[in-house]
Design a binder for this molecule. Structure first.
Ligand SMILES: NC(=O)c1ccc[n+]([C@@H]2O[C@H](COP(=O)([O-])OP(=O)(O)OC[C@H]3O[C@@H](n4cnc5c(N)ncnc54)[C@H](O)[C@@H]3O)[C@@H](O)[C@H]2O)c1
Length: 444
């Protein structure tokens, strides 16, 4: 085993890498013998696994279910599994019965994450919210501030953070496996899994019985219902509801980079991409972030470059890898003073060049249960590693990249403290967005 890894210190350090809880006052947290009563907002799609994985904790009971689609695939399936739970199709009505639950899981499309989560936190509810945490940078900042103000236990649903592969990768960097890190490339080269359109279809169609389209739209501008292209899953294509490929995968793939290097906020971001379409997201991008250096990086700053789009991988020569080297479809490479760490999404990390590290033994850091650990944290018995103090800044970073994609070629400068984005005439306007009248979030 090389000098940089001693099994004992590896494990103890790995535990220490977990981001600490925000300043949670446990006075309002339930006692250890109580059950956590959860409400699920968005019970189909990823919400199904968020709900069932959290409810697998014996100290959790499912109190309430809310979904805008009453059919068997969505609310129906959850209601069948949890027949005692109350049912709603509008989360605002669910929140009128706030005494019936302690914590909320938010698994809606991205544009509704912040409005639902902010309202839940204002009621003093603990929140587990899907990734990316929000649709805009301002919302991400608000989520972090709200979590601290209301002293609730929070977690973003980037569950791969708790997988042994990502936990091992973070610990290896902290242990000095590749020395101080000089540069990072991350990528997602898979084809976009959603319907690719250039514009919305003309007109609208009748909303099926049991689908509550006004509630699905929520804060987004009104548009007529069309089957399949928005609800479900395909909302990812559209700017009103999502942030494209970087928004979809950035909070997963950049997560171990962010945690390993203890990154906070970029100082600048620059993108290469085709001009933006009016309605839908881009198909391919390269986004270069510059971050202040940390005790894990080699210089006063460190560059992290994101690549996405079908078949779009980083250049092997630029990575210092031999021609023919097979990169995984998505992942990251951290180039350090002593070697490189390849972090596939999602598989165990590999030290490169292989010849140099052929005798290195990489002890695995055990996985955690992302969902159950949040539930136990709500009960005061564990820590949530992707709490909003951590996942808020990670999401801000990801979303700043999506603003740079709107201004290809411009170097945007970011002042984290004042939330000022400069470098293109109207870049700052994308930090927030207009909200549909009557649906404005309750900002703090
Ligand atoms: N962590 C992961 O690995 C992972 C994987 C997939 C999706 N996600 C995230 O999960 C979220 C949902 O994605 P999806 O693919 O499941 O989408 P989806 O459209 O398939 O499912 C969304 C669910 O929410 C319901 N819903 C929509 N709007 C609602 C509202 N206003 N109130 C209540 N219910 C509402 C829908 O009916 C459906 O049940 C997204 O934020 C996505 O980025 C995360």
């Amino acid at each position: 085993m090389p000098a940089f890894i001693s099994r004992r210190s590896f494990f103890s350090h790995a535990g220490a890498t977990a981001a600490v809880l925000p300043a949670v006052g446990y006075s309002r947290v339930l006692g250890a013998n109580d059950r956590l009563r959860i409400a699920s907002v968005g019970c189909g799609g990823k919400g199904w696994s968020d709900l069932t994985s959290t409810a697998a904790c014996p100290k959790v009971s499912v109190a309430a279910l809310c979904d805008i689609d009453e059919s068997a695939q969505f609310l129906g399936r959850a209601a069948e599994k949890y027949p005692v739970a109350s049912r709603q199709t509008d989360w605002r009505k669910l929140f009128d019965q706030a005494k019936s639950f302690d914590a909320v899981i938010v698994s809606t499309p991205d544009h509704m994450h912040a409005p639902v989560s902010l309202a839940a936190m204002a009621l003093g509810k603990h929140v587990q919210c899907q990734k990316p945490l929000t649709h805009t940078v301002r919302e991400a900042r608000q989520m972090r501030l709200a979590a601290n103000r209301h002293k609730v236990v929070t977690q973003m649903g980037n569950q791969i953070q708790s997988h042994k592969a990502y936990r091992t990768a973070v610990a290896m960097v902290h242990q000095g496996a590749i020395g101080k890190v000089k540069e990072v490339h991350s990528w997602q080269s898979g084809a976009m899994g959603w319907i690719l359109a250039d514009d919305r279809p003309a007109g609208g169609q009748a909303v099926p019985e049991g689908v509550h389209w006004n509630e699905w739209l929520g804060v987004a501008p009104e548009r007529p219902y069309q089957p399949k292209i928005y609800h479900s899953f395909n909302w990812r294509a559209w700017q009103d509801f999502s942030n494209g490929q970087l928004g979809d995968f950035g909070c997963h793939i950049l997560d171990p980079v962010f945690m390993a290097l203890k990154l906070t906020a970029p100082t600048s971001v620059m993108a290469e991409a085709a001009p933006m379409n009016r309605e839908v997201w881009y198909r391919k991008s390269k986004v270069r972030y510059e971050f202040p250096g940390t005790d894990l990086t080699a210089g006063p700053s460190v560059a992290v470059t994101w690549h996405d789009g079908a078949g779009h991988l980083p250049d092997l020569a630029a990575l210092g890898l031999p021609a023919g080297f097979k990169l995984p479809g998505s992942g990251s490479i951290l180039s350090g003073e002593k070697g490189m760490l390849l972090i596939p999404h999602v598989a165990m990390p590999r030290l490169l060049p292989e010849e140099r590290f052929k005798d290195a033994k990489v002890p695995e850091v055990e996985a955690r249960d992302h969902y159950v650990s949040w539930a136990l944290a709500c009960l005061g018995e564990d820590k949530a590693t992707s709490n909003f103090d951590y996942s808020g800044p990670l999401t801000e970073t990801v979303l700043l990249g999506t603003i740079a994609i709107r201004h290809p070629g411009a170097t945007l400068r970011w002042n984290h403290a004042t939330m000022k984005l400069s470098g293109a005439p109207d870049a700052g306007r994308w930090l927030t967005k207009p909200y549909r009248k009557g649906w404005e979030p309750a900002w703090i």
